[in-house]
Design a protein around this ligand. Structure first.
Ligand code: PEP
Ligand code: MG
Length: 750
């Protein structure tokens, strides 16, 4: 046995003894430090450092070191992917460099007082897919490490994985418990993920569900008598009234429904009188509200019916408002979020709507994934949203100034005046950039006209679509009125909403997509079963075909609303077979027969089309052209299903590649077949406004894009700079490439 191998064995044995200590009384920091000493001793390296991965910030933090300045511990942080150490974590591959100064990825941190250590060896520490950290050894001699050292360090990393995983959890716990309430103001800057663009600068409100207020034991909890209670009811009613009016202005389709349950409860003698009798019996008002609300919440939360369980949040909200109004000293004041930056773990669409009615300035979602409908609603309502990987934000004291830069995904806590000034300038530029300029028909440099239509989610977006000169609506996502209401809208309610869409667009075409719920767009009030794989489940057309009454009500409402419109379209989402399409089309035909028999005003000949969102459509596209009147490619879902990547799962975001060669080739084929059969085809997914992808889309023959109206000026400009022949050449090059990397290089060079 060679000396090095023997020492490797000794090191692993020593390490195993040391690991046993950590489960006992050993302090974790000591354990890490002793591990670093042990490894550096056995490998004969002057430097050994241990970095642990901090999930909340997506950073590696130096936790123990031999050889570097000990004061750098906890201060040296680098993003996963940054520098050599970050690269080891991101790629989960070890790096061995004989002359590290030559590697451009090497990053020097002055706080480490690092000497010129030329040899560098780092291995990832991971447990399954879980990132734990990186173990690094360094030596002044060049080319010091050999394959035995690499094996030794890898074995060490593997042995450390389990014990460090627990250590890291314990440290997280300690850190969270020790966060002083105001210390988090030192957070300063947080790099988040851009979710909805725009800027917000306001005071922070950490969004806790009202029931947190219900169970909190603030000193005010004892206060209040009958006079205060009656006053609080009056104030709450006034606030709800204002909110409702604001809501109706910004979201006409929600009408008064969002707060309807609140009003009903506020007038419900059982609910209010129970509180009043407790107060008369000497119970302090806040406690009376809390006790009665808690009883109702327990009762409703146990209901087998989701729409009743959904009412829990209304009671929490109402009782929370009453309590706030009884305790005016509470930091949440009167619950008015106007101009504030809301910091929340996650939000439901209904909560987002209440906040929108309250005119919030911006939203920071801490660590939470953001479902696409929350993002879409926020975008429609122009509320900047950043997803920030930093749970400390949830401990931010109320009223701390926060600046949200949704354009790049940055969050600044208590920003310095120069940052605010910079932000004001950037905001001004964006306002200038976004000033609506009617774009009219888009034309390429060589004179080919491209129709720009609008994607509409909420009625509030219609004025912008008109201002931008949209040639029509290429996608009206009808699920949003369903998502923002507390229950299924009736045929008449739907008719009234759809009628406004048709009326707003004068004689221009409007394409109604039938209900696309299920999957992540689940309705809180729907009784449908939870699914293990919702994106592969009873979604979109599958849902409506399964619930024919809901489908028929919607189709009837669309057909009635389309009366008088010159060219309305109905399109089905997530069609996977010609058979599905025919069944869905039959429902439309049945509804047409019913309306004719009932003598109801309606449009008798709508175009009936479908979305291309599933790879299954590609192989049967010829057959589809025989039955569908038109096609719209939903690239968001097409990419998701073609590549098997959940489009809202951050963990696999790197796999969601619209530029994947299979996606490009399949799109080319679909468009070619539609053209050969003279069937109109458009793109209505996000790819339609992606500057990098527009030349490809025009090159494969797309002449109609349906996009968010806010993107119209930029898309118009992009198209004006393109010539169709060159786009076709570009496509030839792109589809000849079989790798994502290859495609990217071509895209970068175009
Ligand atoms: C799409 O999938 O591209 C699309 C437009 O539909 P949605 O984003 O509403 O699923
Ligand atoms: Mg879709």
């Amino acid at each position: 046995m060679t000396g090095k191998r023997k020492d490797l064995l000794n090191m692993l044995c020593d390490l195993s003894d040391l690991s046993a200590l950590v489960t006992g009384s050993e302090n974790i920091e000591n354990f890490l430090q002793r591990t670093a000493v042990l490894v550096s001793g056995h490998l004969g390296t002057p430097v050994c450092s241990i970095y642990l991965y901090d999930e909340t910030t997506d950073e590696l933090v130096l936790k123990a070191t031999v050889g570097l300045n000990p004061e750098a511990v906890d201060r040296v942080r680098m993003g996963s992917g940054q520098g050599l150490v970050g690269t080891v974590m991101a790629t989960r591959r070890s790096v061995c460099e004989g002359r590290v100064s030559k590697n451009p990825r090497f990053r020097y941190f002055p706080e480490t007082d690092e000497l010129p250590y030329e040899s560098f060896l780092a291995v990832p520490i991971q447990k399954g897919a879980v990132k734990i950290g990186v173990l690094v050894v360094q030596h002044t001699e060049s080319d010091y490490f050999d394959t035995t050292d690499i094996t030794a360090l890898k074995a060490t990393g593997a042995q450390l994985a389990s014990v460090l995983e627990n250590a890291r959890l314990l440290m997280d716990l300690q850190r969270l418990c020790s966060i002083p309430q105001r210390a988090v103001c030192n957070l300063g800057f947080i790099k988040g993920q851009r979710t909805v663009g725009g800027f917000a600068h306001g005071r922070a409100t950490v969004w806790r569900k009202s029931h947190v207020r219900l169970v909190s034991d603030s000193p005010d909890a004892e206060g209040g008598g009958m006079v205060d209670f009656r006053r609080a009811i009056g104030k709450t009613a006034e606030q709800l009234d204002t909110l409702q009016r604001r809501c109706a202005e910004r979201l006409p389709e929600s009408a008064s429904l969002i707060f309807a349950a609140h009003f009903m409860m506020l007038k419900d003698p059982k609910f209010i009188d129970r509180m009043a009798s407790k107060i008369e019996a000497g119970v302090p008002a806040i406690r009376a509200v809390r006790d009665v609300a808690a009883k109702y919440i327990d009762l409703f939360a146990d209901s087998p019916h989701p729409y009743i369980r959904e009412k829990v949040s209304d009671i929490e909200d109402l009782a929370g408002r009453l309590i706030s109004n009884l305790a005016p000293s509470s930091p949440d004041g009167d619950g008015d979020s106007s101009g504030r930056v809301i910091i929340a773990r996650a939000l439901y669409p209904s909560e987002l709507l209440k906040l929108a009615a309250d005119s919030v300035a911006g939203i920071v979602l801490v660590n939470g994934g953001v479902t696409s409908h929350v993002a879409i609603i926020a975008r429609s309502l122009k509320i900047p949203v950043v997803v920030a990987p930093c749970t400390e934000l949830l401990h931010l004291p109320a009223d701390t100034p926060v600046l949200v830069d949704g354009e790049v995904g940055n969050v600044y806590v208590d920003p310095a005046p120069d940052i605010v000034a910079r932000f004001d300038r950037a905001r001004q530029q964006v306002i200038t950039r976004q000033t609506p300029v009617p774009v009219g028909v888009a034309r390429t440099a060589d004179g080919t006209s491209i129709d720009l239509l609008a994607n509409i989610n909420l009625l509030g977006e219609l004025p912008l679509a008109r201002e931008m000169g949209a040639a029509g609506i290429g996608l009206y996502r009808t699920e949003f009125p369903f998502l923002i209401r507390p229950s299924f809208p009736s045929e008449t309610e739907q008719y009234l909403v759809y009628r406004r869409v048709v009326a707003a667009m004068d004689d221009k075409p409007v394409v109604f997509r039938t209900l696309d719920i299920g999957g992540e767009k689940a309705l809180a009030y729907s009784d449908t079963a939870r699914e293990a794989n919702p994106e592969l489940g009873l979604r979109a057309i599958r849902f409506t075909l399964a619930y024919r009454d809901i489908f028929e009500q919607q189709v009837r409402a669309i057909l009635r609303a389309a009366a008088g419109s010159p060219s309305p379209g109905i399109m089905f989402p997530l069609i996977s077979s010609v058979d599905d399409f025919l069944r869905a089309r039959q429902v439309v035909r049945d509804c047409l027969d019913q309306l004719a028999a009932e003598g109801m005003d309606h449009h008798a000949h709508p175009a009936i089309g479908m979305m291309v969102e599933l790879p299954a459509v590609v192989e049967t596209m010829v057959e589809f052209t025989a039955v569908a009147d038109f096609f719209a490619i939903g690239t968001n879902d097409f990419v998701q299903y073609m590549l098997g990547v959940d489009r809202s799962n951050k963990q696999v975001a790197d796999y969601y590649r619209p530029e994947h060669p299979s996606v490009l080739r399949a799109l080319q084929r679909v468009v070619r077949i539609a053209d050969e059969h003279e069937k109109p085809i458009s793109v209505c997914g996000e790819m339609g406004h992606d500057a990098a992808m527009i030349p490809f889309l025009l090159g494969i023959g797309i002449r109609r894009l349906s996009i968010d109206p806010q993107f119209m000026p930029a898309v118009h400009r992009r198209i004006a700079g393109l010539a169709i022949d060159r786009c076709r050449d570009h496509v030839r090059k792109l589809v000849a490439s079989g790798s994502i990397d290859g495609v990217r290089k071509i895209l970068a060079g175009s």
